[in-house]
Design a protein around this ligand. Structure first.
Ligand code: BGP
Length: 480
């Protein structure tokens, strides 16, 4: 179908993955154990759990991924065939600093990414790199308490400095922390401090203070890294990465509107800090009222202002809806209990609300609030796919999802004037699901023959969406 819009010249079409969800090779080339390596598998009714380290004989999905570590040359060929202009992945921190606190980096790990980036560049695909995507060294958790400890700022900046220097000239677009805002909103004890993998029981005294301190340490680390990157290469574009799920009021009742506004403030304050350089006014008030003491120094405040990001990368899968309740007169938003179903949208098999218009709405909201270029670094439809005997997959549902979302994205650019750098659909090749650890929840244009236990030939084959997306890129978004 031909539509009326087209993206500007140089728009970065591509695809996105994260190291721990596809590389495998978890103990190869000197790699250390990451928090992702100590996560059990789960399914849509049972979230994954952080364990107390890997016991002998236990294997978790991240250990094998889709064996990208060995098979990437073939996968890069397929990305080139799709016409990718860019490819978003992360650098596994544990390949570079296996424990996170060493003095010297691990050369074999650095070389792995050198080779991968060279291969991408040879195919005219530029790497877009996340520094930390749910995969910090596990040692930093057991030894230091993860991000609750300010020492982590030093370890992270050292890691960033190492890769900024090493890949200068190969990488231009970087992001600091993947979906940084999710860790204060996924309020199950096991996800609360997801980057730190700290297990705290619900109701533990001081839990919220711990969470805010960890979050503060992360935004300071992010700001330091932005400044450092600019010193190393002024051409570097270093972004935030926000999990964007806009939160609508269920009705026009002013109380619901207020609740939705507070929910948006709560979910997106990380973006305010990273893009605007300061905490929004409501947050210190909230800390004060709740007796939460976060160690924020004047020097930290300066760092945050001087280390504002160049752009805002974000993931978009779904929207949320909320409503006010009588027992919550202050409109305090808690994600696990304040969300309700939206009667106007459908859901995926995993209960994710499908809302293409919400993408355009979100882009406008962020554009107005943060005044930074945007980069859609994740969007996609996780679904059960059925592979035919000839390897094909007829995923018209995925094509529809992308069609509808890309159309709204194009309107945000063409009609609303949003500055958008690129679009990288999530899991462009099937990989391990972050929330469930399954292979069954598939996102790719490329099918990978592998089941939830890691069994299968690992052969790659093209789904119907492959040719469709290839044409979208070829026509720069004119034909959807
Ligand atoms: C985001 C993460 C990704 C990715 C994606 C899809 O939250 O940044 O790592 O996995 O969501 O989620 P899932 O794999 O749980 O379907």
């Amino acid at each position: 179908m031909t539509e009326q819009y087209k993206m500007p010249e140089g728009f970065l079409w591509g695809g996105a993955v994260a190291a721990h969800q596809l590389e495998g090779g978890w103990q190869e080339g000197g790699k250390g154990v990451s928090i992702a390596d100590v996560m059990t598998s789960g399914d849509k009714d049972h979230p994954r759990r952080v364990t107390d380290g890997v016991k002998q004989g236990e294997v978790y999905p991240n250990h094998w991924g889709i064996d990208f570590y060995h098979r990437y040359p073939g996968d890069v060929e397929l990305f080139a065939e799709l016409g990718f202009k860019c490819f978003r992945t992360s650098i596994a921190w544990t390949r570079i600093f296996p424990n996170g606190d060493e003095d010297e980096p691990n050369e074999a790990g650095l070389k792995f990414y050198d080779d991968l980036f060279d291969d991408l560049l040879k195919h005219d695909i530029q790497p877009v790199i996340t520094l930390s995507h749910f995969e910090m060294p596990y040692h930093l958790v057991t030894e230091y308490g993860g991000w609750t400890n300010k020492k982590l700022i030093g370890f992270f900046t050292k890691f960033a400095e190492t890769v900024f220097k090493r890949y200068k000239g190969k990488v231009k677009y970087w992001m600091t922390f993947n979906e940084i805002n999710n860790q204060t909103t996924w309020d199950s004890p096991h996800h609360l401090l997801q980057d730190s993998a700290i297990k705290v029981e619900e109701g533990t005294p001081g839990m919220e203070e711990m969470m805010y301190q960890a979050a503060h340490n992360e935004v300071v680390a992010s700001a330091k890294v932005v400044q450092l990157g600019h010193q190393i290469d002024p051409e570097y574009q270093i972004g935030a990465m926000i999990a964007m799920c806009p939160i609508y009021p269920l009705t026009a009742n002013p109380k619901d509107i207020m609740m939705a506004e507070r929910a948006m403030q709560t979910r997106y304050w990380f973006g305010d800090v990273q893009a605007n350089g300061e905490y929004p006014s409501w947050l210190p008030k909230y800390w004060e009222r709740n007796n939460i003491h976060v160690d924020v120094t004047d020097e930290d405040r300066k760092t945050l202002m001087d280390g504002r990001v160049d752009y805002v990368g974000f993931s978009y899968y779904m929207s949320f809806t909320t409503k006010a309740t009588d027992d919550n007169p202050d409109y305090v938003y808690t994600e696990s209990k304040d969300l309700v179903d939206n009667p106007y949208v459908e859901k995926s098999d995993w209960g994710w609300q499908i809302d293409p218009v919400g993408l355009r709405y979100s882009m406008n909201w962020m554009n107005d609030r943060w005044h930074k270029p945007l980069f859609i670094v994740e969007n996609g439809f996780g679904a059960y796919d059925k592979k035919e005997n000839d390897g094909s997959v007829h995923d018209d549902y995925r094509v529809k999802y992308f069609h509808d979302h890309i159309l709204e994205m194009e309107k945000a650019v063409a009609l609303d004037g949003v500055d958008l750098i690129g679009y990288t659909p999530w899991g462009c090749i099937d990989l391990v699901s972050a929330s469930t650890g399954e292979m069954a929840k598939r996102y790719g244009f490329i099918y990978v023959d592998e089941d939830d236990l890691g069994h299968g030939s690992l052969e790659r084959s093209k789904k119907d969406s492959f040719a469709w997306y290839q044409n979208v890129i070829k026509t720069n978004g004119a034909e959807l």
